[in-house]
Design a protein around this ligand. Structure first.
Ligand code: C2E
Ligand code: CA
Ligand code: CA
Length: 742
């Protein structure tokens, strides 16, 4: 606790305020404990809240500047209404650690706690807030006078309520219990019946009652729940009720919007603006005194809250199962429907078909979102018409729709027929094609969720191979996709866990066998020591986008290694690094290349980037611009795997390529006449275009002799060296120097 002297400065602010007067005059106050190791916070808080009144009482402040002091104070004053608690004090968690002490050790369950911290990152876990019933959490910077007041008065009100309830009678307990029970009711009918039951037991009277609702002042009042002797009047108008006393009591209640009593019973008013007027009548001969009346008020206000909640739940479930745009059932609804069908029958011949609009993204981008939305709605309607009950048509994602139903109702032809005619959108004719995948539910292992996943895979496969068609499920599609997915997961974690590493393969100049450079190649050895070939995992990384991060790492590691090699004295050597198409198409590729060489401190002329021909076919213009930009920065370029893919000789002339890498398959074929002619031709061509040629995958001396005879400039292959880890490479280079350099 603060001592007198510490308190002095504070007293300058608070000396004459109402708080102190209240304490002196022994009036009722709310006690507020400020726990904070910063004196300024104490003074600022008390100053901000001086002369504040909350629900008829002023505040009295207690002060503690450490957890220990606070504990002492609290054990002497259990009637603290609110604690303003600093999270970070002697230790980063001193404040939070105090919370279990307050709740569990000191058993102060009613006291409200407001946590305060200086920094957003000191926020406690949501779990802590829940477990320890913490009222509020605020940044100190947020605690302006008005917010502080709002936060504190809410906390005090809630403290007061909790105390009232705790001090309350058995009936109060019953009310709370009955509201909880009512809240768990599904649907308004059950709920309404529940109200009568609970009210009757609260009044210890027989369960005889009814509830009626009146939407507006001039409309009829309808009975929505009835028990006991009133049961026959369920769903009838109040005017048809043959019990005048009950009728009058209810009408008086609805008209005055207040509870009304007569000798034989009472009507409670349960209306709200949204719901309209609602009243519950029960037969009861109990006399009501003042206390009972306030209890009933409380019962009513609880019921009203419950009713609002039930409406909310009903509304939420609407949202949860409907797609707002198309008005069709959504993915949740579809999953549930499939689950129910699977559970209800043993063997079903249902199929799930998912339909995707081809090029929807382009339509949306070029014609606008309003147009796109209209088109989606129109597609939904058309599907609905084409596949009536018992089929279910749902919208499962952006431009993906689904039909679920008996196989005889869903055929490929029927689906294609649905899109044969143009749509009329904003007075434009819009023809679309769709791609679809169909999966028989009997093939699915699992429920609705799995069915949708399997069908998505079939749909994706269809998209890749044959747009505008409908593809039927084949087992291996799902298996392949699942296998790839699981490998991708492993690859991701291997990358995070540093299980990937690089090896380097020397590249030699044929006329003197000097090593002029290295190609870096990535390796993945899993935890069992098995090597997974890059030809398997690189395409996965490319498809998933992981290649961008993975490639950035490979690039950086390769450049770092080259710096090491230079330090070893191989000063003229360069490093060849493979770049995937996906990497080159990434918007930040130039930035990555530039910043990596700049940070590591090496001239780009020592870096050679290996790209493949397939890059050029995607978009020649932008590819050329990119390659020239890369060249301008000083990097050199190799065209990898030349001779395997697209015979893009006219691209080749336009591209700023330094090296052609003759694919291993061409070298392998060089034992035939035809094969030799092809290699000869390519080497001649390269010479004319001013490019050097690197022969890849050279495995024997015969191949070397042949390549030399054609003036091929470089070779790389197991004949000279396999790709090696750095330490092995250092050894190899040493031996090689001894052998080849005179
Ligand atoms: P690539 O770029 O054409 O790499 C040459 C491949 O040929 C390497 O296979 C290398 O080990 C292998 N090789 C070299 N000399 C011989 C030989 O004399 N005989 C035989 N049979 N093979 C030889 P690797 O390392 O398995 O890589 C396969 C492909 O995976 C690479 O083909 C490249 O397309 C891709 N790749 C490997 N590392 C990376 C990388 O770091 N980034 C990217 N984007 N792709 C990579
Ligand atoms: Ca390569
Ligand atoms: Ca290659």
């Amino acid at each position: 606790m603060m001592n007198e002297k510490d308190d002095d400065r504070l007293m300058e602010f608070v000396e004459e305020d109402s708080t102190m007067r209240a304490v002196k005059e022994n009036k009722l106050v709310w006690r507020v404990l400020i726990i904070d190791d910063d004196n300024d916070v104490h003074s600022a808080t008390t100053f901000a809240l001086r002369s504040t009144e909350v629900v008829g009482r002023t505040l009295e402040f207690l002060h503690a500047s450490s957890a220990r002091e606070a504990k002492q104070l609290m054990s002497e004053n259990k009637d603290i209404a609110v604690i303003l608690l600093d999270v970070v004090m002697e230790t980063p968690n001193a404040g939070l650690d105090l919370v279990p002490v307050i709740r569990d050790e000191l058993k102060m369950k009613d006291t409200r706690i407001i946590l305060r911290t200086g920094q957003p990152n000191q926020a406690p876990e949501i779990q802590v807030i829940r477990d320890y019933d913490i009222n509020d959490y605020k940044l100190k910077s947020e605690l302006t006078q008005s917010r502080l007041f709002a936060s504190l008065s809410t906390a005090i009100r809630s403290y007061k309520q909790i105390q009232a309830i705790e001090a309350g009678t058995k009936s109060l307990g019953m009310i709370v219990k009955s509201s909880a029970a009512l809240l768990s009711q599904q649907g308004i009918d059950e709920f309404a019946k529940g109200i009568i039951g609970h009210l009757c037991s609260l009044l210890s009277s027989p369960a005889e009652g009814l509830i009626c609702i009146r939407q507006s002042a001039n409309s009829n009042s309808n009975i929505i729940a009835a028990t006991g002797q009133f049961l026959p009047f369920m769903h009838q108008s109040l005017m048809q009720l043959n019990d005048n006393k009950a009728q009058n009591c209810l009408l008086e209640c609805l008209d005055s919007r207040k509870n009304s009593f007569n000798r034989q019973g009472l009507a409670l008013y349960l209306g709200s603006e949204k719901r309209g007027d609602m009243a519950c009548y029960v037969r009861s001969e109990t006399e009501f005194d003042e206390v009972d009346e306030s209890l009933l008020e409380l019962f009513c206000s609880n019921i009203i809250i419950c009713a609002d909640n039930i409406e909310l739940v009903a509304q939420l479930s609407e949202y949860a199962y409907y797609d707002m745009l198309s008005g069709l059932p959504n993915r949740n609804a579809l999953v549930e429907e499939i689950d129910n069908t699977i559970n209800a029958k043993k063997l079903s011949d249902e199929v799930l078909c998912m339909v995707d609009i081809d090029n929807f993204a382009e339509i949306n981008a070029s014609l606008g979102q309003v147009y796109g939305d209209d088109l989606l709605r129109a597609v939904g309607q058309r599907m609905r018409r084409q596949f009536p009950e018992p089929c279910m048509v749902a919208r499962v994602a952006g431009d993906t729709f689904a039909v679920f139903g008996p196989s005889q109702c869903i055929s490929q032809q029927k689906l294609l027929d649905a899109f044969e005619h143009a749509f009329n959108i904003e007075n434009e004719r819009q023809i679309i094609s769709v791609t679809a995948g169909i999966v028989p539910i009997s093939e699915v292992i699992g429920g609705g969720d799995e069915a949708i996943k399997d069908t998505t895979i079939v749909l994706k496969t269809a998209k890749n191979h044959s747009r505008g068609e409908v593809l039927l499920f084949r087992h291996n599609m799902v298996k392949d996709a699942q296998g790839r997915l699981s490998m991708l997961r492993h690859l991701r974690s291997a990358f995070e866990l540093d299980q990937l590493f690089l090896v380097y393969q020397p590249k030699l100049r044929l006329h003197d066998l000097a090593v002029t450079g290295f190609e870096s190649l990535v390796r993945w050895r899993d935890q069992h020591g098995n090597d997974i070939p890059p030809e398997t995992f690189i395409p996965l990384a490319e498809q998933s986008g992981l290649i961008v991060r993975l490639g950035a790492w490979i690039f950086q590691e390769s450049v770092k290694s080259l710096v090491e090699f230079h330090k070893h004295g191989w000063v003229d050597c360069h490093m060849s690094i493979n770049l995937s198409v996906a990497q080159l198409q990434h918007s930040e590729i130039l930035q990555l290349l530039r910043s990596t060489v700049a940070n590591i401190g090496i001239h780009p002329k020592f870096i050679n980037l290996e790209i493949t021909e397939s890059l050029a076919i995607t978009d020649l213009e932008s590819t050329l611009k990119l390659l020239f930009d890369i060249k301008k920065m000083g990097f050199s370029l190799s065209l990898d795997d030349f001779g395997t893919g697209y015979s893009s000789l006219n691209y080749l002339q336009k591209m700023p390529i330094d090296y052609l890498k003759l694919d291993k398959s061409l070298i392998d074929a060089s034992h035939t006449k035809n094969g030799r002619d092809v290699v000869d031709m390519i080497i001649n061509l390269a010479e004319k275009l001013g490019m050097e040629v690197v022969a890849e995958g050279v495995e024997n001396g015969g191949q070397i002799e042949f390549l030399k005879s054609l003036h091929c400039t470089h070779a790389q292959g197991f004949y000279y060296a396999k790709p090696m880890e750095k330490s092995v490479l250092f050894q190899w280079m040493q031996n090689n120097e001894n052998k080849n350099i005179p």
